[in-house]
Design a protein around this ligand. Structure first.
Ligand code: FE
Ligand code: FE
Ligand code: FE
Length: 170
C-alpha cells in the first residue's frame, strides 16, 4: 500500500470499510438468529437493513470520488465477527448469551464509528463535502445503533441475565 496523499488514505479507509460492511451483511443474520430477546432481534433486523444500505452508500462515496469500489480485507472486522461467533455458539443461559451478543455487537459499532469518523474527517479536509455528508449519514446510524444496544442492555437483558426480572418485564 502506498499512501502519498490524504486522498490515498481516504480511499484505503473506504476499501477497508467496504469489506467490513460486507462481512457484517453476512454476520448480522447469524447474530439475529442467536438472539432471544425480541428487542435485540428487532435491533439486529433493523441494523441488517441499514448495513445493506451502507454498502450501497459506500459505493456512492467511491463514485463521488471517481474511484471503482474495491474491498480490502478488514482483519479487525474478521476478528470482531469471530468473537461474536463464539457468543452465538455459546451454550448455557439464553439471557446471558444475549448480553454477550450485545457486547460483541457494540465492539463492531465502535470500530465502525472510529473508521467512519476518520473517513468523514478526511473527506471534509479534502473538500469532498458530498462524500463527507454520506459518510456522516452512516456514522449517525452506527452511533444510533450503539445507543440502542446500550438501552436494550440496560432495559432488561442484563437484569434478566442476573435473574432479577421475568421475561414478561421486557
Ligand atoms: Fe455499518
Ligand atoms: Fe479495518
Ligand atoms: Fe453498524
Amino acid at each position: 500500500m502506498k499512501l502519498q496523499t490524504l486522498e490515498d488514505l481516504l480511499i484505503e479507509e473506504l476499501k477497508d470499510l467496504y469489506d467490513a460492511e460486507q462481512q457484517l451483511v453476512e454476520a448480522l443474520p447469524k447474530m439475529l438468529g442467536a438472539a432471544e430477546n425480541p428487542r435485540l432481534q428487532e435491533a439486529f433486523r433493523t441494523h441488517l437493513q441499514e448495513t445493506e444500505n451502507q454498502v450501497a452508500r459506500l459505493e456512492e462515496v467511491f463514485e463521488e470520488l471517481g474511484v471503482e469500489p474495491e474491498a480490502h480485507t478488514c482483519k479487525a472486522m474478521k476478528g470482531l465477527i469471530a468473537e461474536g461467533q463464539q457468543m452465538i455458539k455459546a451454550k448455557g443461559d439464553a439471557d446471558v448469551r444475549d448480553a454477550g451478543l450485545i457486547g460483541a455487537a457494540q465492539r463492531v459499532e465502535h470500530y465502525e464509528i472510529a473508521a467512519y469518523g476518520t473517513a468523514r474527517t478526511l473527506a471534509q479536509r479534502l473538500g469532498r463535502s458530498r462524500a463527507a455528508e454520506l459518510l456522516q449519514t452512516t456514522l449517525d446510524e452506527e452511533g444510533a445503533t450503539d445507543k440502542k444496544l446500550t438501552a436494550i442492555a440496560e432495559g432488561g437483558v442484563n437484569q434478566e441475565a442476573a435473574g432479577q426480572v421475568s421475561a414478561s418485564d421486557w
